[in-house]
Design a protein around this ligand. Structure first.
Ligand code: SF4
Length: 759
């Protein structure tokens, strides 16, 4: 049918924000009956204006995927069998109660995967569930991802959600480190249409610089690519600060006068890490570092933006702090075109007046290895040892939500083996994957198209203030619980309320909690009002919608339950299916700050201490490099998203994506051939993988994407099994952890590469 032809009367159009990545693109979805006919970009979406990537339209394939679980599974005699929801809940109650009675709630851990951040129900009802387990050992994908960026924000700005984002649409100079937004579509920098936004940067005369060991798609777009050695970004950033200091160009700007503490101390802390002294280690000539510093100082506006390559390369928190330091000393913090802060319409974390309590992290330690527990998060890398190591506090049960840590966290082989040691594993997941195959009970949530959506978790990272709510596109099958109902029911069972308990009880408690704390907060717009009167105004909304309405009404643009008649409510968001544009980022300092001093704290003591680790480990001696020695880094592909979209045939067709990139000079020296197979060995494991020889990578560095390694017995991912690839996390080291953020080192891993089958 041509686009302008009248549609059959049975068709309807629904608008929905894509939940697959952080870009939050608007989708226009044509539905006939309960069948999705077509998905394309929503041209009227206030943020994405029609842009989508190849993954966006595959929400249809994900919904229709015959391998996606439609009903719960229980493992009996080692085999997963389908059961009714009533049977599944009875089994959950029986088994969970047994574990709690025998070992206590502290023996139960949870793991939340990345998709939780893209699910309103999982975001909002994961917390009551954790509370019901009375502070369980909590693991999430954050400690293999962005946690150092948020921990640095905690130290500098007082809150882990006060993360500065690049003001992409107004900057004159964008310096990207360890990120590939042309392919990843942006992260901690929520923005649709990165290609369009980078084209706009160039069109207005701006400049793009990329520091990355791989000439990524983003680096290919850049005016200047600096092929830095993996894991040395902190040194490069320190060199920039020293270059600026030597030129007398440290200047946070008038707008920050009186709002910054520790400037001199921070600059002094990096003294000696000059462009000249670090050049051999970073691989970037000193002249280039001085030039970059000069560009940052000269640009009318500029911003340094770092992502996964900076957070998961061993010194993530220090590197993230240095990014804040460079943005501050060049006068680009909290001003248009620089590093700014979003102002979300609703956010489940960091809301309210917040107080100025300062940031504290890492006072608790993990049981076995004494890793820091940061903001309640245990390092995901420690999951296996916490399961298999006997003693008080040993984990006996694990509940995963939308996660596949066997493929996503370090030393996957150890975790794969450890999961079989559990007395109980429950998985809330749409697939039987490499992790959930170990589960005793699998509780599948509905597909994304059957759930409503609002990007509450990503809102602090938007590059423009936008609010966009989407109702579910397709109805739930009769008798099928929504994702929030699954989590609410788990919470109730964990509290002893039984398998018959009503999930709406949790909604009521959560709404009451939010409203009551707001009415008791002197800084809130509803301070002093009758909480029961406000709760009554929510009406009969259930689940995430009830909570979201409260959060939006209490937010900075909210109606405050009638006190601001023109303000936002959930009803108003529903009236705007293409979203509501709340404008460009606005300066937010000092009001945003939650530090104890009420100022930007540029010299956090813990970070300065860890800076010495950077000096010691990176500059502390000659690094022996024999034949075949390399540093392993990951990479992204536009058609892949961590581990869980490899069962969509249109995304995995074509050339194999799970290959090892090797520079031609290294290939010749090591005897590996393009199209041949190489063995890659690290301290913890070894894989054999097809080789792709390319000069798009720095010599001495090899690259392997993560999320692969399918085709394992007990999984039900038929397409993925045909495109299995290898699990890069068989190589990542569970002992390599950033001590400030408990985050694993997934990049810059020392490996040996050798040909398989001779030269
Ligand atoms: S860029 Fe991300 S949000 Fe946009 S369509 Fe692709 S997967 Fe969806």
């Amino acid at each position: 049918m041509a686009p302008d032809e009248p549609r059959p009367s049975t068709e309807r159009i629904a608008f929905r924000t894509c939940p697959l990545c952080e870009a939050t693109c608007g989708l226009e979805i044509t539905v006939r009956g309960d069948t999705v006919v077509r998905i394309r970009g929503d041209r009227h979406d206030v943020f994405s204006a029609g842009f989508i990537c190849p993954k966006g339209s595959t929400l249809k394939q994900l919904h229709d995927d015959p391998d996606r679980l439609r009903g719960p599974l229980v493992r009996r005699d080692g085999v997963h069998v389908e059961v009714s929801w009533a049977e599944a809940w009875a089994e959950v109650e029986r088994r969970l109660t047994e574990v709690i009675d025998r070992h206590g709630r502290q023996a139960i851990a949870t793991y939340h995967g990345n998709p939780v951040a893209h699910s309103l129900g999982a975001m909002l009802f994961g917390r009551p569930f954790s509370q019901a387990l009375a502070n369980p050992v909590r693991f999430t994908a954050s400690t293999v991802d962005q946690w150092p960026r948020q921990v640095a924000a905690g130290h500098v700005f007082g809150s882990p959600v006060a993360v500065p984002v690049p003001d992409l649409d107004r900057t004159d100079l964008l310096v990207v480190i360890g990120a590939n937004p042309m392919v990843s579509n942006g992260s901690l920098c929520t923005t649709p249409d990165v290609p369009g936004r980078l084209a706009a940067l160039r069109a207005r005369g701006g400049t793009l610089v990329v520091l990355d060991p791989v000439r990524t798609r983003t680096a290919q777009e850049a005016d200047w690519w600096l092929p830095i050695r993996p894991g040395t970004d902190a040194l490069a950033l320190a060199a920039v600060v020293n270059s600026l200091a030597a030129a007398g160009r440290i200047d946070p700007g008038e707008h920050l006068a009186g709002h910054v503490d520790g400037l001199d101390e921070a600059v002094a802390a990096v003294a000696g890490l000059t462009a000249e002294s670090v050049a051999d280690v970073t691989g970037i000539p000193a002249t280039d570092m001085h030039r970059l510093a000069g560009m940052l100082a000269d640009a009318p506006s500029a911003v340094v933006y770092g992502r996964i390559g900076t957070t998961t390369a061993g010194f993530g928190t220090v590197t993230s702090w240095l990014i804040d330091l460079v943005n501050t000393v060049t006068g680009n913090l909290d001003r248009p075109g620089g590093a700014m802060f979003a102002e979300p319409a609703a956010s489940p974390v960091g809301g309210g007046s917040g107080g100025r309590r300062g940031f504290h992290a890492g006072s608790r330690r993990s049981r076995v290895s004494g890793h820091p527990v940061v903001l309640g998060e245990h390092p995901a890398a420690a999951m296996a040892e916490e399961i298999v190591t006997p003693g008080e506090g040993q984990l006996r049960a694990l509940i995963t939500v939308a996660g596949n840590p066997v493929l996503s966290t370090p030393h996957g082989a150890a975790l794969d083996a450890a999961l079989d040691e559990l007395e109980l594993m429950i998985a809330v997941d749409i697939y039987l994957n490499e992790t959930t195959r170990h589960a005793d009970i699998v509780l599948p949530p509905p597909s994304a198209l059957q759930r409503s959506h609002f990007d509450a978790a990503l809102a602090p990272f938007f590059v423009r203030n936008v609010a966009n709510y989407s109702p579910a596109v397709l109805p739930l099958e009769p008798g099928r619980p929504d994702e929030w109902e699954i989590l609410a029911k788990l919470a109730l069972i964990a509290q002893g309320a039984g398998a018959e308990a009503d999930p709406d009880v949790v909604t009521g408690l959560a709404v009451a909690g939010l409203v009551r704390s707001a009415t008791q907060d002197d800084a809130s717009v509803v301070a002093g009002r009758d909480p029961d009167e406000l709760i009554a105004l929510i009406g009969d909304r259930r689940g995430p919608e009830a909570l979201l309405d409260v959060m939006v009404q209490l937010g900075p643009y909210g109606a405050a339950f009638g006190a601001r008649p023109d303000g936002l409510t959930l009803d108003r968001l529903i009236e705007h299916p293409h979203g509501i544009d709340l404008g460009p980022l606005r300066p937010r300092l000092p009001g945003l700050l939650r530090t104890a001093s009420g100022r930007v704290e540029l010299a956090p003591p813990a970070v300065l201490v860890d800076l010495e680790r950077v000096r010691a480990e990176l500059l502390g001696g000659a690094r022996q490099r024999g034949p075949g020695s390399a540093l392993l880094v990951g990479r992204r592909h536009l058609r892949s998203n961590n581990s869980w979209m490899h069962n969509v045939s249109v995304l995995v067709s074509g050339r194999p994506r799970c290959t090892l990139l090797v520079h031609p000079d290294d290939a010749a020296a090591w005897g590996v051939l393009d199209g041949g197979v190489a063995r890659v060995t690290s301290r913890v494991g070894s894989v054999e993988v097809p080789v792709e020889v390319t000069d798009e990578i720095r010599p001495g560095v090899v690259s392997l994407p993560h999320g692969w390694g399918h085709g394992v017995d007990g999984t039900r991912l038929r397409v993925a099994a045909e495109h299995a690839g290898v699990n890069s996390n068989l190589l990542t080291d569970d002992r390599a952890i950033d001590p400030l953020s408990a985050t694993s080192t997934l990049n810059a891993i020392p490996v040996q590469v050798s040909p398989v089958g001779g030269r």
